[in-house]
Design a protein around this ligand. Structure first.
Ligand SMILES: [Zn+2]
Length: 49
C-alpha cells in the first residue's frame, strides 16, 4: 500500500519510495510530510516488530 504526503496513516515509520528516507509519524493525527530528503510525496509503511 502506498501513502501520500498529507495522509494521516497513523503512527509509525514510512519509507520514501523515491530515495528510501525514513519518516517517522509520531501520532495518529499527524500528517505525512513530503520527503525532507528529496521532496517526493509517496511512501510505504515500514514494518516494525
Ligand atoms: Zn525521498
Amino acid at each position: 500500500m502506498t501513502y501520500h504526503a498529507g495522509d494521516k496513516p497513523g503512527a509509525g515509520a514510512y519509507r520514501c519510495l523515491n530515495c528510501g528516507y525514513i519518516v517517522h509519524v509520531e501520532s495518529d493525527d499527524q500528517e505525512l510530510p513530503v520527503c525532507p530528503n528529496c521532496g517526493h510525496e509517496e511512501f510505504e509503511k515500514v514494518q516494525e516488530d
